[in-house]
Design a protein around this ligand. Structure first.
Ligand code: LP5
Ligand code: MN
Length: 271
């Protein structure tokens, strides 16, 4: 189990969806992460760092920039943890034809299982991407089961890079189409799943992303109290940031407490 305490400073982010199609967000996030990590001992990315990931040979300037920053952080002594999300579940899974270096070797990051239990200054906490809690979205859960199957992944990774990129883009388009037919509540966590997961893991706090509904929730049931932090997604929005103050930011956990930093802190404070 991961233990954070004493003089540690942990910084959490998720759902950045980095890709060359949106260099503004990439620049904003990488600068913000470098700044937020200046006194951090631990950095956690809880899934969907990338818009999609077709294998560790994934090309692109944005990938290079992100890898460069994570490497700089880890070589500077920060412990960097990366969890796979529903977009980048193939991170660090290898590619049969690729002689390049694995994501963890290039970045010095460690992959985190979903979920992972962590002790944060004495609070037993579960770290997740969040998609596993969206149990009302049956079509997605079916896809999730399939795409996390190692044999399925190996078969996919045997295709050429160009073919994998084509499949990924087709699947992204399919995802956008299928979301248009889904009720909004299907794309959020199910309270029962949250409480059941909390009970199974015996935790008092949860940190996840994925739903794009940043918040700090309090769940109560019988003998259990749970604080659930939902991290914000990132989207630069150029000049419309005022319309979406909840976009972007980190959760920072230190001996001073649990604190939202960045744009989303404003919307949390006004709740
Ligand atoms: O990502 P987002 O926010 O749009 O929506 C997610 C769920 N969608 C996904 C799919 C990702 O967007 C695409 C991931 C690209 C990965 C690239 C590498 C692997 C490529 C493999 C190519 C075969 O996760 C969406 C949820 C939403 O979150 C909210 O929780 O609703 O779920 C879906 O849209 C899934 C559909 O409901 C079901 C799709 C079935 C497609 C089955 C294809 C199986 C194999 C296809 C072979 C070509
Ligand atoms: Mn996600």
């Amino acid at each position: 189990m991961i233990e954070i305490g004493g003089g540690d400073v942990a910084v959490f982010a998720s759902d950045i969806h980095l890709d060359d199609h949106d260099p503004g967000t990439a620049r904003w996030f990488l600068e913000a992460l470098a700044h937020a990590s200046s006194d951090a001992t631990h950095v956690f990315v809880l899934g969907d760092l990338f818009e999609y990931w077709v294998g560790d040979d994934q090309p692109g300037a944005t990938v290079e920039a992100a890898v460069g920053l994570l490497h700089a952080l880890s070589s500077g002594g920060v412990e960097v943890f990366v969890m796979r999300g529903n977009r980048d579940f193939l991170l660090n899974q290898g590619t049969p034809a690729h002689a390049g270096v694995a994501f963890t070797d290039r970045t010095g990051a460690l992959m985190l299982s979903d979920p992972t239990r962590a002790d944060l200054f004495g609070t037993p906490t579960l770290l997740l991407h969040g998609d596993s809690l969206c149990t009302a979205d049956a079509a997605y859960q079916e896809f999730r089961t399939l795409s996390r199957d190692r044999q399925w992944q190996e078969d996919f990774l045997r295709h050429s890079l160009a073919e994998r990129i084509e499949y990924a883009q087709a699947l992204r388009a399919q995802s956008e189409r299928s979301k248009a037919d889904k009720r909004p509540e299907w794309m959020d966590v199910v309270a029962e799943a949250v409480l059941e997961t909390a009970h199974t893991h015996g935790i008092a706090a949860m940190i996840h992303g994925h739903t794009h509904r940043p918040a700090r929730h309090h769940h109560h049931r019988a003998d259990r109290e749970l604080v659930r932090w939902v991290l914000p997604d990132w989207w630069a929005l150029e000049d419309r940031a005022d319309e979406h103050p909840q976009r972007g930011g980190f959760l920072r956990v230190s001996s001073a407490g649990w604190e939202a930093i960045g744009p989303w802190a404003v919307s949390l404070a006004t709740r």
